[in-house]
Design a protein around this ligand. Structure first.
Ligand code: NAD
Length: 233
């Protein structure tokens, strides 16, 4: 398939996990993918929480048909231990950066009647212990998606998001490595994608993103597509 032949795609978080798998899929399907990540690599290196630099970079890259806000972070913490610094960091990367990137890319998207896909999470539609800032950021991203979709619906720009459960990526490994002490195991179970087939692979999320970004989804906007084995059903 060449669903994205001739399309210009901007993707964040391309150095790892879902972003890397998604960039590879879009390239395989004919897209020119322009990547951004804070981790050095064969893409634009930019910290998305430097909002001025992000606006400037995105504004300098030309018009896009598709914008994929994939970069994200999670810090598992007891409520009492969430500092304002870690609260802001998670909100900045997971919510404010997608807004900044999308707004900066909007003139080109309007010109090309393009679309945006945001990566939210099951954490955006239900509560999870030890993840208050992450849940708040992902719920915010879901509502940003719906608000933008409605406002842009008459202008030919679609906005959707995916809500994955657990995915087998370095983000999960890092969260496990930095897990705080004294967690209630019963509450922790809710953090995992416990129903078969268990943790998703990044390629599965990439496929869902590609569907939403493709012409096959031309009537789909403001939707949150769950990829979670049914845990939020
Ligand atoms: N892994 C999961 O279980 C899971 C579940 C649901 C949703 N998600 C979401 O999927 C998305 C991708 O996560 P992943 O699991 O592939 O994680 P990952 O850690 O493998 O990849 C995240 C990427 O984002 C980049 N990034 C982080 N902070 C950045 C910043 N300030 N500026 C620029 N780039 C930055 C990282 O360098 C990394 O390349 C995230 O939004 C995450 O919240 C992940």
């Amino acid at each position: 398939m060449s669903r994205f032949a001739g399309k210009r795609v901007l993707a964040t978080g391309v150095a790892s996990g879902v972003g890397k798998a998604t960039a590879e899929l879009f390239v395989a399907e004919g897209a020119e993918v322009v990547g951004i990540d804070v981790t050095p690599g064969d893409h634009h290196v930019c910290d998305l929480t430097d909002f001025g630099a992000t606006q400037e970079l995105v504004g300098s890259l030309g018009a896009f048909d598709v914008v994929l806000n994939i970069a994200g972070i999670v810090m598992l913490q007891h409520l009492a231990d969430i500092t304002l610094e870690s609260w802001h960091k998670q909100l900045d990367v997971n919510l404010t950066a997608p807004f900044v990137v999308s707004q900066a890319a909007l003139p080109g998207l309007l010109e090309r009647r393009g679309n945006i896909v945001n990566v939210s999470s099951v954490a955006g539609v239900r509560g999870q212990a030890y993840s208050a800032a992450y849940c708040a950021s992902k719920a915010g991203l879901l509502m940003l998606t719906k608000s933008m979709a409605l406002e842009l619906s008459q202008k030919g720009v679609r906005v959707n998001c995916v809500c994955p459960g657990g995915i087998d990526t370095p983000l999960v490994a890092e969260a496990a490595r930095t897990m705080p002490q004294g967690l209630d195991e019963r509450l922790m179970q809710r953090l995992y994608n416990v129903l078969p087939p268990g943790f998703s692979q990044p390629t599965e999320i990439a496929e869902a993103i590609a569907y939403l970004a493709s012409d096959a989804a031309r009537s789909v906007t403001g939707t949150a597509l769950s990829i979670d084995g049914g845990i939020v059903s």
